[in-house]
Every structure is written in C-alpha cells, then in structure tokens.
Design a protein around this ligand. Structure first.
Ligand SMILES: Cc1cc2nc3c(=O)[nH]c(=O)nc-3n(C[C@H](O)[C@H](O)[C@H](O)COP(=O)(O)OP(=O)(O)OC[C@H]3O[C@@H](n4cnc5c(N)ncnc54)[C@H](O)[C@@H]3O)c2cc1C
Length: 177
C-alpha cells in the first residue's frame, strides 16, 4: 500500500518510519527545503550546535528520552541554577533566584487542588477559573514553554501534578536534529 505523509516534522518522520516498518511505500512531502519542522539545529554559527527550535527533553519519562537512549545519543542533565534567566509571562527576564523570592506568597497555592482540565487551552482554562492565584509551578511552566494560548491545559496539569516533574530536563549534546 502507498501512503502519503504531509510534513517532515518529528510527527511526520515518525509516522513515515512506522509505515516503512510495516512494509508500506511512503512518500513524505515537506514544504520547506529541510526536514525537522520545529526541530531546527543550526551549525553555521558556531562549532557547537545552536538550537533554533526544540532544545530540551522534558524528563526521562517522555518518548524522546527513550529514543535518544536507543540511538545512543549523548544527553546532558540540565538543572536550572539560581542565576539562570527565565522569561516571565509578562515578557520580563528574571533570574530563578529572583522568581523564587517573588513566589513566596504562592507557596500555599497547590495545583493539585485545582479542578480537572478539559481539552482546552491553558488560557481558556485559566479564564474559566476566574481570578484564582496562579500556582508558582504553573507560572514557571508557562515561562518555560509558550503563551498559554498555545498550551494544553490538560497536559500542563498532568505534567505538573506528576511528582517526578522535579527531575529537570535533558539536552542533546550533538544537536536535537
Ligand atoms: C522555539 C521552540 C522551542 C521548543 N522547545 C521544545 C523543547 O525544548 N522540547 C520539546 O519537546 N519541544 C519543544 N518545542 C516543540 C517541538 O519543537 C514541537 O512540538 C515538535 O517539533 C512538533 O513536531 P510536529 O512534527 O508535530 O510539527 P512541526 O515540527 O511543525 O512539523 C510540521 C512540518 O510540516 C510541514 N508542513 C506544514 N504544512 C505543510 C503542507 N501543506 N505541505 C507540506 N509540508 C507541510 C512544515 O513545514 C513542518 O516541517 C519547541 C518549539 C519551538 C518553536
């Protein structure tokens, strides 16, 4: 059977690989002049790879971690230090230490006490809950990822309520691509 896969981002590449394993003939169509989509490693700027897109593997629980292990790719465990800069939802850059100091008042707000999230954006979820104080862990999550409009409320809640979320991230030393 012949299958056409549109888009050579990680989703399209994975789908094409699975189809090939199942002996399908695959045509992978990509609009750009490179594969990878939002995974985009640049090697023209420096001797080390610079990530213009995805850079972290978010814990050892996610499929990209097992894939990296299987392929023997070198990983580096990354933990934010006190002087690491983070971008807050209002766009301001602060060090982790400063954010921690600011967050003292949020210590008692636990995400676990928040109602279940549906298949909605994090922005819609926060609006639905009205003027509740946003837990610090959630603020950190938003500043680490993207605008709440583009984040899944359900995924954010599941991720943050998982006790192993404290594990931190990994980088791929030789480039995400
Ligand atoms: C700046 C940035 C940082 C990120 N950091 C992380 C991170 O640290 N860790 C992490 O896990 N994730 C991160 N992400 C998210 C991650 O990169 C994406 O979730 C993932 O790469 C999406 O893969 P995808 O295949 O679903 O989509 P995409 O990568 O968007 O791939 C879609 C592909 O389809 C092509 N396409 C679209 N329409 C057509 C068409 N009509 N015809 C042909 N081709 C088409 C596009 O050109 C593209 O190549 C980051 C994303 C960005 C932008």
């Amino acid at each position: 059977m012949k299958t056409l896969v549109i888009g050579a981002g990680i989703a399209g590449l994975s789908a094409a690989q699975e189809l090939r394993k199942a002996n399908h003939q695959v045509i992978l169509l990509e609009a750009r002049n490179r594969v990878g989509g939002r995974i985009h490693t640049d090697r023209s700027f420096a001797e080390v790879p610079i990530e213009l897109g995805a850079e972290f593997i978010h814990s050892s629980r996610v499929p990209t971690y097992s894939l990296a292990q299987k392929l023997g790719l070198r990983t580096f465990h990354y933990n934010q230090r006190d002087d690491t800069l983070v971008r807050l939802p209002d766009g301001v850059l602060r060090t982790v230490a400063e954010v921690g100091a600011q967050a003292q008042g949020y210590d008692n707000v636990r995400l676990i006490d928040w109602p279940e999230a549906g298949e909605e954006s994090l922005e819609a979820y926060l609006k639905r809950l009205g003027d509740r104080q946003i837990p610090f862990k959630l603020q950190e999550y938003i500043s680490d990822f993207d605008h709440p409009r583009y984040l899944s409320a359900k995924a954010a809640r599941e991720y943050l309520c998982d006790p192993s979320a404290e594990e931190g991230d990994y980088r791929l030393l030789d480039g995400y691509d």
